[in-house]
Write a protein that binds this ligand. Sequence first.
Ligand code: NAP
Length: 478
Amino acid sequence: MNIVNYINGELAEPVSGNYLPNYNPATGAVYGQVADSDASDVEKAFVAAKSAQKAWEITPAEEKFKVLNRIAELIDERREQFALAESNDQGKPLWLARNEMIRAAQNFRFFATAAMQFASESHSMEGRAINYTLRQAVGVVGCISPWNLPLYLFSWKIAPALAAGNAVIAKPSEFTPATALLLSEVCIQAGLPKGVLNIVHGLGPKVGQALIEHPRIKAISFTGGTATGKVIAATAGPMFKKLSLELGGKNPNIIFEDADIEKAIKTSVNTSFMNQGEICLCGSRLLIHESIYETVKNRLIEEVKKLKVGNPLDESTRIGAIVSEQHYKKVLSYIEIAKNEGGVILTGGNALHPEGFENGWYIEPTIIEGLNMSCRTNLEEIFGPVITIMPFKNDEEALAIANGTEYGLAATVWTNNLTRAHKFAADLEFGIVWVNCWLLRDLRTPFGGVKSSGVGREGGWDAMKFFTEPKNVCIALS
Ligand code: NAP
């Protein structure tokens, strides 16, 4: 399979003619190639985007709605094909990829309706003047997304950018480009005007860097690692681009003694290991009140041992393959770091080589105990099927451990004590707090992190505001 760019409404070879290998993590084998684009492809995409943007901006909201909604319908119609492509590319179980394709379609549907509903404010000055705020499209914007939830996150940026009237140049991760190619086909099928969306594939430090350095691309919406976020901020900041940065996390999952323990344990299995632990919102530090520590620990180990690891296309698989060889090695190296720091592996801890998939990149779901809150294992993002568990004595200690990292993306709290729930919701230094649930998402809510987990918020009106520039118009009435 050849994965090519999508520029000016057409599938396009990279200008250089160069390609990179594309791997299937389940088998470790190359199964296609992806365009190795560079600055000249970004320039081509920019020319197309620039010439399309104004006409798109003034396209009636109802027309924007129709085409964005049509994209959603086509993703739904081709769900199985999209899900298979995502699973082959990323290593995630096929059943999970199907769910993510539902969400990718929802992203387009949700922001299609946002195009119809978005409105701006006016401020009256008691008969002397009236102010009204124009919220105009930013222009040509860049969207860069990571490999963990490929189309889900790609569409989460592209859909609001388009709904707000921008033209977009988007870059998926070089590791997981397949569904972005299918999206290109769907956009052509849906009749999205030429140049309104352009997709360039290739290496982050090459084509991604060219995108953020482009002087006329006015806003960058980025999701990825904190280290890359720093590079993007250092490049785009002095150019005064609008920036939205959704970065890494080291999320706490806190279980109190008054919680519905069984529900907390069952959900925590997902919180810890869904998508091989490769979700920015996964809880990687499980904090358990000391009075229930042994009970929760033993039940958790029991549940985790039941998780089937292996062929992502097998419907009974719970944990698929790690996205790339380099990430697989990184995750395994953190298990070694944990052992060297004195961690005790309670379950897992090893690479796996399932029969028929010996060359794929599989790691057992791993639970580690016996580490303090300030060791590397508990401070650095591992982003794989590896969690630590720690007991805490009281609320103060739980809060100190939870807040004790540079990250601040998402926290989960399990308690039936209303006062405690509200107090933790207020005191946790995170952009998102779930109480007695995890990954329950309302697309209208602000989504994003604090501290080293990012700047800005996505979702709902926050996304529409990011992708528009407010302009105040003041009209004297006397
Ligand atoms: P990454 O290495 O930072 O890459 C993210 C994207 O940026 C990829 O498309 C990458 O391209 C591109 N890129 C790399 N260097 C670049 C540069 N110099 N200029 C422009 N673009 C560049 O992150 P990842 O490893 O793909 O994803 C995992 C990380 O994403 C984790 O830290 C995770 O927590 C975070 N994440 C955060 C959220 C959130 O909402 N906060 C959601 C999901 C994931 P290539 O892949 O082609 O190099």
